[in-house]
Design a binder for this molecule. Structure first.
Ligand SMILES: NC(=O)c1ccc[n+]([C@@H]2O[C@H](COP(=O)([O-])OP(=O)(O)OC[C@H]3O[C@@H](n4cnc5c(N)ncnc54)[C@H](O)[C@@H]3O)[C@@H](O)[C@H]2O)c1
Length: 276
């Protein structure tokens, strides 16, 4: 047994790790990019929104980060592969990928007044909404993993997927396609973690509860909506993106060296049930 005390800075060291964050121009992805870049990783923010991407890269660079941007829509396989390959070419390797892109499927079958919304009834969910949410929130994660694994097999890597508490429970206030996509993501994480463990590629997930970001047109930035969802949180608040940064650093660094196929739930206790 080693007698040397491990220092936190060494345990959570991500310096120079070549890192991609999909959907990194906003919200939770931006918080991942910020904590990685702020601790010396070489970060590529990948996003489909050119203005948001430019602003994110500018801010992270101004804060001293080694940061690049790649414009790509993760639902377009050719764009996704081109962007991932460009990062590998630029840096010679890929160490960490946050497969983070996700969109809202709109409110659930109950609206915020807890009334049934006929438009959101299961028989009325539009086919194109279903397809868009499954493509963006589930298939894109699969394709992101497919794109990065060939760059990781020789030397190992860490894949961190943004799941959701909706992956493991059903929801009145969250659209059905979203819940189903996230459930698929949770099983995808476990399945590929099993397969890739022998290559020293660890695959884990962060499962947030409601978090104040721009998702769903920014409805969780609205104080009334925040208060609504805070009722269900034993901590009496919803998350902010920075609440995700500790887990991001944990999964990206050697601190989680023997952890794979795991989910860290970050929800202020929402999944425990209502307290006071
Ligand atoms: N905010 C929450 O309450 C919450 C809760 C649980 C899980 N999540 C998950 O967190 C992840 C990040 O969401 P967020 O809340 O930070 O949202 P956000 O809207 O603030 O950020 C998402 C980013 O992804 C980008 N993006 C969207 N579709 C894309 C595509 N096809 N290709 C490339 N980029 C695309 C957007 O431009 C944006 O910059 C999602 O997977 C979401 O499901 C969010």
């Amino acid at each position: 047994m080693s007698s040397a005390t491990v220092k936190a800075g060494d345990l959570f060291n991500v310096r120079d790790l070549v890192t991609i964050v999909t959907g990194g121009a906003s919200g939770i992805g931006f918080a991942y990019a910020q904590v990685m870049a702020g601790n010396g990783a070489r970060v590529t923010v990948l996003d489909r929104n050119p203005d948001g991407l430019a602003a994110a890269v500018k801010q992270l660079s101004a804060d001293g980060g080694k940061v690049d941007g790649e414009i790509a829509d993760v639902t377009d396989l050719a764009q996704l592969r081109r962007a991932v390959d460009a990062v590998a070419q630029r840096h010679g390797r890929i160490d960490v990928v946050f497969a983070n892109v996700g969109i809202s499927a709109g409110p659930g079958f109950l609206n915020m007044e807890r009334r049934r919304d006929p438009q959101r009834a299961v028989e009325n969910i539009a086919e194109d909404l279903w397809d868009r949410v499954i493509d963006t929130n589930l298939s894109s994660v699969f394709h992101t993993i497919q794109a990065v694994v060939p760059h990781m097999k020789a030397h190992g890597g860490r894949i961190v997927v943004t799941s959701s508490i909706s992956a493991t429970r059903v929801e009145q206030f969250v659209g059905t396609p979203y819940v189903v996509a996230k459930a698929g993501v949770a099983q995808l994480v476990r399945q590929v973690a099993l397969e890739l463990a022998r290559y020293n590629i660890r695959v884990n997930a962060i499962a947030p509860g409601p978090c104040a970001t721009n998702i769903g047109g920014g409805r969780l930035q609205d104080p009334a909506n925040q208060a609504f969802f805070a009722q269900f949180a034993p901590q009496h608040r919803i998350a902010v993106p920075e609440d995700m940064q500790g887990a991001a650093l944990f999964f990206a660094s050697g601190a989680s060296s023997h952890v794979t196929g795991a989910h860290i739930v970050i929800d202020g206790g929402v999944t425990l049930g209502v307290a006071d």
